[in-house]
Design a protein around this ligand. Structure first.
Ligand SMILES: [Fe+2]
Length: 338
């Protein structure tokens, strides 16, 4: 890969886009910067059009998640290329938990997702079960309660540079809550777009390599998680825009007061976003995505049925064929960002 990354990491001019409005569903060679208003306007218009078209689209039915058809794969890839996410609905139910894990891993492998995150709460297959946990290593952490979870991207506390961060994930519903538990989903590229429209100076601050720090934490067993610093918006090692973010107020340190104000502005835009998708996943449904922004409403289980979602995270992202094709040509033609 050529040098598409920042040489001046404080400057948003080095955050560049490769989405070309003229390329359907894919990434193109256009390079965006704050100075490149013409390319920006074209990309912006196309992006909003794709997001508007995605509102209300039903989950894509998948006959057998262990062996998906080319049409099914293309359908999901096209949605992900347009909005960084796709909702699906498996028609074949797994007979037990191990089978569910196998189906999740086979399904995600179909999209080139092989670099699993090593998560402390993952089972031996690399799958995390998100449910109310009363004891064990998961107890006490918000995902394993029935409480609301604020907007975030996954792995914001586990960023180790653009080549080692959470770039994709699957969130799959095995059991839905009796009440609540809805998720809102928001393409992180749209969050970038809105902030660039409203507050380019704030956007610049959120690209600083130490914009947001998650302080050191010690869990009940005495295990220490080191402080984790990084940008909010950055380019990953494939040249795609990525986001590392949490709307939590506690256990988050912003680089300075101006950066904190920019983050508050960003959250106001996210909360007011009309193109966010709201979904209550039902058993067999899920979202496959390039680590988009999401939240969770509080929920209540009844006596018999307990909400259970399964999650797998990956260090690589879901590429569309157009992206792969473009990257091949980018490696040979070496465009230079502004
Ligand atoms: Fe999450």
């Amino acid at each position: 890969m050529q040098n598409f990354h920042s040489t001046d990491k404080n400057n948003i001019k080095s955050i560049c886009y490769y989405v070309d409005a003229g390329v359907a569903n894919g990434w193109g060679p256009a390079v965006f910067s704050l100075d490149d208003t013409d390319s920006w306007r074209r990309w912006r218009r196309a992006k909003l059009g794709r997001l508007e078209a995605a509102i209300g689209v039903s989950p894509t039915p998948i006959a057998d998640s262990r062996s998906i058809s080319e049409d099914e794969r293309r359908s999901l890839l096209a949605q992900i290329a347009a909005t960084n996410m796709a909702l699906y609905e498996w028609r074949l139910a797994p007979p037990d938990e191990d089978a569910l894990d196998e189906m999740l891993l086979a399904f995600t492998r179909s999209f080139g997702l092989r670099a699993l995150e090593d998560h402390r709460s993952a089972n031996r297959n690399g799958v995390v079960r998100i449910e109310v946990a009363q004891g064990g290593g998961r107890a006490g952490y918000i995902p394993y309660t029935n409480r609301r979870i604020a907007w975030h991207t996954d792995g914001y506390y586990n960023y180790h540079g653009p080549s080692h961060c959470v770039r994709a994930m699957i969130l799959h519903c095995a059991e839905a809550a009796e009440q609540g538990g809805e998720n809102r989903l928001l393409d992180h590229e749209l969050a970038y777009l809105r902030l660039r429209d409203a507050d380019p100076g704030g956007l610049r601050l959120l690209t600083h390599p130490e914009a947001m720090t998650i302080p050191e934490a010690v869990d009940d067993s005495g295990r220490v998680r080191a402080a984790n610093a990084g940008p909010v918006f950055f380019l990953d090692d494939s040249g795609a825009l990525a986001m590392r973010y949490t709307a939590r107020k506690k256990y988050v340190e912003w680089r300075d007061e101006a950066t904190r104000a920019a983050a508050e502005h960003l959250l106001a835009l996210i909360d007011a976003e009309p193109l966010a998708r709201a979904v209550k996943l039902t058993p067999g449904q899920g979202v496959l995505c390039n680590n988009v922004l999401h939240d969770r409403a509080a929920f209540q289980d009844d006596g018999q049925c307990r909400r259970l979602l399964c999650r797998v995270r990956f260090h690589n992202r879901i590429d569309s064929p157009q992206e792969e094709k473009w990257r091949g040509s980018a490696n040979s033609s070496s465009p230079t960002p502004k």
